[in-house]
Design a protein around this ligand. Structure first.
Ligand SMILES: [Zn+2]
Length: 151
């Protein structure tokens, strides 16, 4: 169990996430090893899906540091395959399961019938996709625009 401060609790509420849910996301990541860990400190990112909401917890061994969520569904790497590229696309995160450095690659995200690429953090070995807190913010805006169009 990580500590959840009052500030973090408010952030969870803003994102429609319950404390139990985020604890479960972290517990699952810790027991399965499916998480990203920072290459230069002790932070980790865990991910979980419930009710079409993908939740992320950024946490240290003792406490929750950030939490965010998106409704978009990540389909996979844009173009379908993770090709080797010459440019430096290594992120500051590595996959805790296999030790590969997570790559900054576009992933296809779909919501309300619209699919478009967006920046993701991808483990090239495990085919696991994550998004950063900054990207989740832009996704939220995109989701609202799509919801308004539909309404
Ligand atoms: Zn991996």
């Amino acid at each position: 169990m990580v500590k959840i401060s009052e500030e973090m609790d408010n952030l969870l509420k803003d994102n429609g996430i319950k404390q139990e849910e985020i604890q479960e996301v972290i517990d699952n990541a810790e027991s399965s090893g499916t998480k990203l860990k920072a290459r230069d400190d002790d932070l980790a990112i865990a991910k979980g899906v419930s009710d079409n909401l993908t939740m992320y917890a950024v946490y240290s061994p003792s406490e929750l540091v950030d939490a965010y969520a998106h409704k978009m569904n990540i389909l996979g790497v844009t173009g379908g395959e993770i090709d080797d590229v010459a440019n430096d696309d290594e992120s500051e995160w590595e996959c805790a399961k296999c030790g590969e450095i997570a790559l900054e690659r576009n992933v296809d995200m779909t919501y309300m019938g619209v699919t478009r690429p967006g920046p993701g953090l991808v483990c090239p070995k495990c085919d696991e996709y994550y998004v950063s807190a900054g990207v989740a913010k832009t996704l939220k805006t995109a989701e609202s625009i799509l919801e308004e169009k539909r309404a």
